[in-house]
Write a protein of this length. Structure first.
Length: 50
């Protein structure tokens, strides 16, 4: 299973490899800082309510 994943990963273009690595890191960062993200989103929506 791991060998298949590594073989598939090696066939990807450099741009796709970066995306494959960055998406989980981005999701992890959002989960770890969820309160700050939610605060920013709510402030953004309150701007449109004025």
């Amino acid at each position: 299973m791991i060998k298949r994943i590594l073989a598939w990963y090696k066939r990807q273009t450099p741009e796709a490899k970066i995306m494959i690595i960055m998406i989980p890191l981005l999701l992890l960062a959002i989960l770890l800082n969820w309160n700050r993200v939610w605060e920013g989103v709510s402030k953004g929506f309150s701007f449109f309510e004025k």
